[in-house]
Design a protein around this ligand. Structure first.
Ligand code: FAD
Length: 402
């Protein structure tokens, strides 16, 4: 008996194996991960852990003993090299391991800068793994000069932490505005102002020509031909789903490993969950890069491995911490054509995304109440009158019962 083998010991892999046992699965379960540590949470890597506020143990999703206690074989520092679908085996170096059911929870890989523009110089980092953040720790210090390439959430969070630690930060964003791919101009404006107030220089519509240095980066030439002295560079230019094994094994790929509503790939013995896969959604396909999705989808796939036949219905939400602002996002804003602002006190405010009269999503800054009510409205398919949302004196909770 070969049992269930899960490749990728991150958020989704760890959630999936725990749910299998919770549901009473008594098969052999093996969780394999290439990183040398037990499954851990990534969000603090660009927040509290980078700041030095968290020990590594606090990153771990569960104590290492959990896996042995649950009869789960956890193999860390183990890279799966290939899958033979006909034989239903995996290869790990010279070893061959059989499976009855296989799950890919391989996550994503960060985009990097090409070596031709200095992307391989020392002092150039991405923020994906614990090892990435440990490697940059000695660089992120008072008085250092940093260039951050990319004004998405990871770049902005890293900018906030670095500037809090006394680093002089310049952030370049090639698009017209930070967060352009994921948020409305109102949210971009909010975070631009927040970073400016903390001394971070944000250059929008500005790219990077090349990084300069002998072995280690010392300067950066920007697309406007200016040159900056830098001590280190953080590259936050997005991620790609890690489909390498699945693609080599001949599985269908469509913006990630393509799965059906139950999480099954084009091979009935292989499933996928988390960042690495796309699933059917409202007539198209969707791939989400978030902790809530990794957990919910993995748990759904675990139940389906045991025969539940439960279609995965995402309830998208996300968060980002920058300085003393917590951004909470409910829903998906794709297709919005109108933003309604609900003003709050101080730094608290929320932006409500509508498509015509339909509420799609809410970005809430230091406004947990606005976020929670927006999330419940979206999940219930309710769209409040925008005039009420925009009225700071209107009782938000009453919107739920209308
Ligand atoms: P991962 O957690 O990436 O795990 C995949 C694992 O598979 C990796 O350990 C990888 O090494 C392993 N693997 C891949 N191929 C193989 C192989 N061939 N053999 C063995 N192992 C393999 N989300 C939020 O919701 N909120 C946030 O605030 C937030 N902040 C983030 C901050 C940072 C810095 C990062 C990097 C991510 C953040 N995210 C956040 C995103 C979130 O962490 C991911 O969506 C989530 O981790 C996805 O889980 P996953 O299990 O699909 O992938």
């Amino acid at each position: 008996m070969s049992g269930i083998v899960v490749v990728g010991a991150g958020q989704a892999g760890a959630s999936l194996v725990a749910e299998l046992r919770k549901q009473g699965c008594d098969n052999q379960i093996t969780l394999i991960g290439s990183e040398p540590v037990p499954p851990y949470q990534r969000p603090p890597l660009s927040k509290g852990y980078l700041l030095g506020d968290m020990t590594v143990e606090r990153l771990f999703l569960r104590p290492e003993s959990f896996y042995a206690d649950q009869g789960i074989t956890l193999r860390t520092a183990t890279q799966v090299d290939a899958v033979d679908r006909a034989a239903r085996t995996l290869s790990i170096d010279d070893e061959t391991l059989g499976y009855d059911q296989l799950v890919f929870t391989t996550g994503s890989v960060p985009r990097t800068l090409p070596a031709s523009i200095g992307g391989d110089l020392g002092g150039v980092f991405v923020v994906r793994t614990l090892a990435d953040v440990d490697a940059m720790a000695g660089f992120v210090k008072d008085g250092a000069k940093a260039l951050i390439v990319g004004g998405g959430y990871i770049g902005l969070e890293a900018a906030a932490v670095a500037s809090k630690l006394g680093v002089h930060v310049t952030l370049v964003e090639m698009a017209d505005r930070i967060l352009q791919r994921v948020a409305a101009p109102e949210t971009s404006d909010y975070f631009r102002a927040l970073h400016s107030a903390h001394g971070v220089e944000i250059l929008e519509g500005t790219g990077l020509n090349r990084l300069i240095g002998e072995g280690v980066v010392t300067a950066a030439e920007l697309s406007d031909a200016t040159t900056l002295d830098v001590d280190f560079v953080i590259v936050g230019v997005g991620i790609q789903p890690d489909t390498r094994l699945a693609q080599d094994a001949g599985l269908e790929i469509d913006n990630g490993i393509a799965v059906d509503a139950f999480g099954q790939t084009s091979d009935p013995y292989i499933w996928a969950a988390g960042d690495c896969c796309s699933f059917p959604y409202r007539g198209g396909r969707l791939r989400l890069e978030s902790v809530p999705n990794a957990i919910d989808q993995a748990e759904c796939v675990a139940r389906n491995l045991l025969g539940a036949q439960e279609a995965y219905v995402p309830k998208p939400w996300f968060w980002s911490d920058q300085y003393d602002v917590k951004l909470q996002i409910a829903g998906l804003n794709t297709g919005y054509n109108r933003i309604v602002t609900r003003p709050g006190a101080g730094q608290s405010t929320s932006f409500w995304y509508y498509q015509d009269d339909t509420l799609l999503a809410v970005d809430a800054m230091n406004d947990p109440r606005g976020y929670m009510i927006g999330k419940r409205l979206i999940e219930a398919g309710k769209s409040p009158d925008p005039a009420l949302v925009a009225d700071p004196d209107a009782d938000l909770k009453a919107l739920l019962t209308r």
